[in-house]
Design a protein around this ligand. Structure first.
Ligand code: AHG
Ligand code: MN
Ligand code: MN
Length: 343
């Protein structure tokens, strides 16, 4: 397991940390470190473009719609291409899937293939790009389950519980990459002066209960009454043990999953994107939004549920399938599930 000795005055780089974490996994090869380095490189390139998008003329829409029927932002497309180009030649992957591509993304024939599967949301929070609010990139890594040179959709449709690793990059006041291999969660902050991610959040643990809830209450009239009762319960001050009036939860909603989840992971509380009359399966995608965040959250001691089922147990049936998501502090997610059972 990670020894924690500082590499230098600046601390531990992402590469060193992955290597040390990987050495603890029996049978692990350097493959994994190489793949992570390529993902980190893509994050640095996307980060540099995000920071100058307004100047580089890549704000705004491309005029196209993606498989989700959503307007494609120029930065969505840019980030998608950067991620694919950064990892496709490395020989670590047999197949990829992306929010921005309808079908699986094949490894071009001129490149070797490998034993991993990478799925990603290249730019999460697209609606916030043009208003300079935090956005991010989310990724999920599985081992392949098929044989042969190229992977197939079956390699992508695996339960979240079988992820080898998951992580996200948040392009915020600083650029932070958070990842887990399932046991522990660590955060690395990009030092733009040297272009390296250095360990800044070692062994992140989410509090068992928080005081913040995060949901788009604009959808409240589309929710079942049980869900509205859950929100009202968190808005209702509870008397403390000595009878003094307690404080209600605070509401925080950024509208970028990466930003809302990062705050929930560090401060505790609960984020929810429920199913509603408009989105009967919820809005967020299982493979490259809910499942990677669920791996991170459980590894940090939290919980992630569809409201009735553990996210990591959901058996995927299609690349872009959506699931309702309740994720965060264990006690807060359990409370949501309790209210939802009281239809
Ligand atoms: P993306 O930009 O990758 O499509 O993801 C947007 C998602 C997620 O980031 C966020 O939690 C959610 O959309 C916000 O949806 P609403 O605007 O409907 O609240
Ligand atoms: Mn997204
Ligand atoms: Mn996206």
């Amino acid at each position: 397991m990670y020894s924690g000795s500082a590499l230098s005055t600046q601390g531990i780089t992402l590469e060193r940390h992955i290597l040390e974490q990987q050495l603890a996994i029996p049978g692990a090869t350097g493959d994994f470190t190489g793949l992570f380095q390529q993902i980190a490189l893509a994050a640095k390139v996307i980060n540099s473009r995000v920071r100058s998008a307004g100047l580089a003329g890549i704000l705004g829409l491309t005029g196209e719609k993606n498989i989700q029927g959503e307007e494609v932002q120029k930065l969505d497309e840019f980030a998608n291409n950067v991620l694919i180009r950064s990892v496709e030649a490395g020989g670590h992957l047999c197949v990829m899937a992306s929010e921005e591509n309808e079908g699986i993304v094949r490894i071009p024939d001129q490149f070797p293939t490998g034993k991993y599967v990478l799925m990603f949301d290249p730019l999460d929070g697209s609606s916030n790009i043009d208003v300079d609010i935090n956005i991010g990139t989310i990724f999920s890594i599985h081992r392949r389950v098929t044989v042969g040179r190229h992977g197939t959709e079956a390699d992508c449709l695996q339960r979240g519980a079988s992820q080898v690793a998951a992580g996200y990059v948040i392009y915020g006041s600083s650029t932070v990459l958070v990842y887990s291999m399932g046991e522990s969660v660590h955060g690395f902050t990009l030092d733009p002066a040297v272009g390296e991610f250095f360990l800044s959040h070692e062994n992140i643990r989410i509090p068992p209960k928080g005081k913040i809830y995060s949901v788009n209450e604009g959808n409240a009239q589309l929710w079942p009454a049980s869900l509205r009762r859950w929100i009202v319960d968190m808005q209702t001050p509870k008397a403390d043990a000595d009878g003094t009036m307690g404080t209600p939860y605070s509401a925080r909603y950024v509208g970028s999953l990466v930003a809302d989840f990062h705050r929930t992971l560090l401060k505790g509380g609960v984020f929810a994107y429920p199913a509603d009359k408009k989105n009967p399966q919820g809005k967020l995608r299982l493979l490259y939004e809910a499942a990677p965040m669920a791996l991170l959250c459980e590894a940090a001691g939290g919980a992630a549920s569809t409201g009735t089922q553990r996210i990591l147990d959901v058996a995927p049936t299609s690349l872009h399938q959506r699931v309702p998501l309740y994720i965060g502090s264990r006690e807060d997610v359990a409370a949501a599930e309790r209210f939802l059972r009281e239809e």
